[in-house]
Design a protein around this ligand. Structure first.
Ligand code: C5P
Length: 243
């Protein structure tokens, strides 16, 4: 029997109705997926780590004025968040060639990009999250031109801040994925950062060795997934509170 009404279940998280109107509870599962859900596993403790790492990053972002959905962590696997109207886009920001960018353009993994690149993909599992242009976003009304501008400006601020945060602990931020949502105030929609920021949604390389400390360890069968996520938490100084 569940205590709360389930609003949505994704590959790595579940959203439940929150205690107050306008709030939700975000539950972090241990389930890990790759290649649009074709590869799956449950990695014990992953949800606990991502809950804690995302709490830390979202809280730090809030201190520099990047508004986001995080309110407070409730327990090992759950956090209280603001309910948003999710914008159906994955916003990817890249500093170094890797993953699908390397494949698409034949760029060696690890090659620094001339500048940070932002890409948009439609959040649609059935279609395999296809990349979309701003033209598609505005034509199909997924976001307005002003919202795209706001999203891009916020993404670059997040990138600057996270590059510094991670480089301070010997980690290179290669790329990451963000999601945004609208919070309605009367007739005006404010855009805030949503979802999670964790080793599931970022590529994080040890700066000294280029060792991968993120979901690529699962995607590429490199092993030690949980150990790597734990190392990220440890370096961020949140390990002492981990179970
Ligand atoms: O696979 P790709 O190179 O396009 O991924 C870019 C970044 O976006 C990576 O950090 C990856 O972990 C993240 N991503 C994600 N969820 C997806 C697709 C990509 O977190 N569905």
């Amino acid at each position: 029997m569940t205590r709360r009404k389930k609003i949505y279940e994704g590959k790595a998280k579940i959203l439940y109705e929150g205690p107050e109107p306008g709030t939700l509870i975000q539950y972090f599962k241990d389930d890990t997926t790759a290649f649009n859900g074709q590869k799956r596993a449950a990695l014990e403790g992953k949800g606990v780590l991502n809950n804690r790492i995302s709490e830390y990053v979202m809280t730090r972002l809030n201190t520099i004025g990047v508004q986001n959905h995080f309110i407070k962590r409730l327990n090992l696997r759950e956090q209280l968040i603001k309910e948003v109207e999710i914008i159906p886009l994955q916003v990817i920001c890249r500093n170094i060639a890797a993953g699908s960018l390397s494949q698409r353009f034949g760029l060696p993994e690890g090659q620094a990009l001339p500048r940070s690149i932002i890409e948009f993909c439609l959040k649609d599992d059935k279609l395999g999250d296809p990349m979309v242009a701003e033209e598609h976003i505005t034509a199909f009304n997924w976001a307005s031109p002003q919202e795209i501008d706001d999203i891009m400006a916020t993404t670059l601020r997040v990138n600057d801040f996270l590059c510094g945060l991670f480089s301070g602990v010997g980690i290179t931020l290669v790329d990451f994925k963000l999601e945004f949502g609208r919070v309605w105030e009367n007739d005006y929609a404010r855009i805030i950062l949503a979802d999670e920021i964790s080793p599931d949604s970022c590529r994080l390389w040890d700066t000294a060795t280029n060792e991968k400390l993120d979901r690529d360890r699962f995607r590429r069968d490199l092993g030690n997934v949980i150990e790597s996520y734990t190392e990220v938490a440890r370096r961020l100084g949140i390990m002492s509170e981990m179970p």
